[in-house]
Design a binder for this molecule. Structure first.
Ligand SMILES: [Zn+2]
Length: 230
C-alpha cells in the first residue's frame, strides 16, 4: 500500500507509489564530535496527471556506521514549495490572499511577523466579507458576534488578543510576548477555515442557486410550450 498524501499545489489527496518518491541519499563523517550524517534529498512528483509538480525536501539524520542504521532526525527543510500554502480562487480579494501567502512563507522564520499578517488578513476579511467597518478591531469583532457561530467568534477574538502584541510594542518596549511557529500555524489554519467557510461556501451557494433558477425557468418554458400546443 502506498502512503496517503495531499499535494501542496493541487490540494488533491493522492496515494503515493514507490515510483512517485525519488530519494538521493548519502552518508559521510562530519567530524569527530558530530560523527556520521545521513543526508537525504527527497523529490515527490505529484501523481495527479493535471498537476505533475515536484515537491523537494532535505533531511539530515544521525547515522551509525557500524550497524548501518539511520538514527534520529537532526534537521529537515522543505525546499520547494517554500511553504505548504494552498491556492485560493480569484474571488477572494488579492490583498487577503497576499497576506495569507506571506504569513505562510515566514511562519517558521518569523512567527511574530507571521501572526501580525494573519491578524491583518482576518481583519480584512471581516471588513470585506461582512462589510463591518468600525476603525478599531475590538469593535469590529464585537459586531461580528451575532453573525457567526460562537466557536468561530471565540477563535477570532483570541487572534485579536494575540495580534494586539504588535500594536502595543511602541508603548512598552520591554513587553515581549513570543509567538511560537505552531501558534502562527494555528492562525494560518484559521484563515484557511474562514476562506472556506465564508468565501468558498458563498460562491458554491450562489452557483447552486443560479442552477436552480435555470432549472425552474426551463421547466416553466416547457410548461408554457405544452400549454400552447393543447
Ligand atoms: Zn499536485
Amino acid at each position: 500500500m502506498g502512503k496517503l498524501w495531499t499535494c501542496p499545489y493541487c490540494v488533491h489527496d493522492c496515494t503515493l507509489g514507490t515510483e512517485d518518491i525519488i530519494r538521493f541519499s548519502s552518508r559521510n563523517q562530519v567530524s569527530k564530535e558530530y560523527g556520521y550524517y545521513q543526508v537525504e534529498l527527497t523529490i515527490i512528483v505529484c501523481p495527479n496527471p493535471e498537476c505533475r509538480k515536484q515537491i523537494i525536501s532535505l533531511a539530515i539524520h544521525e547515522a551509525n556506521i557500524v550497524t548501518g542504521t539511520t538514527g534520529k532526525r537532526l534537521y529537515s527543510w522543505q525546499l520547494e514549495p517554500e511553504s505548504n500554502q494552498k491556492p485560493w480562487p480569484d474571488y477572494i480579494p488579492l490583498q487577503l490572499r497576499n497576506d495569507y501567502s506571506e504569513a505562510c512563507l515566514i511562519q517558521t522564520k518569523s512567527p511574530k511577523a507571521s501572526a501580525t499578517l494573519s491578524r491583518r488578513c482576518i481583519q480584512g476579511m471581516i471588513r470585506d466579507f461582512w462589510g463591518i467597518q468600525k476603525g478599531r478591531l475590538v469593535d469590529e469583532v464585537n459586531e461580528l458576534h451575532t453573525r457567526v457561530d460562537s466557536a468561530t467568534w471565540e477563535a477570532i477574538d483570541s487572534v485579536r488578543k494575540v495580534g494586539n502584541i504588535g500594536a502595543h510594542m511602541e508603548k512598552d518596549v520591554n513587553l515581549i510576548i513570543d509567538v511560537e511557529p505552531e501558534e502562527a500555524g494555528l492562525l494560518i489554519w484559521l484563515i484557511e477555515t474562514l476562506f472556506k467557510d465564508w468565501y468558498v461556501a458563498r460562491d458554491e451557494k450562489q452557483k447552486r442557486m443560479s442552477k436552480l433558477k435555470e432549472l425552474a425557468q426551463s421547466k416553466t418554458s416547457l410548461k408554457s410550450n405544452s400549454q400552447q400546443k393543447t
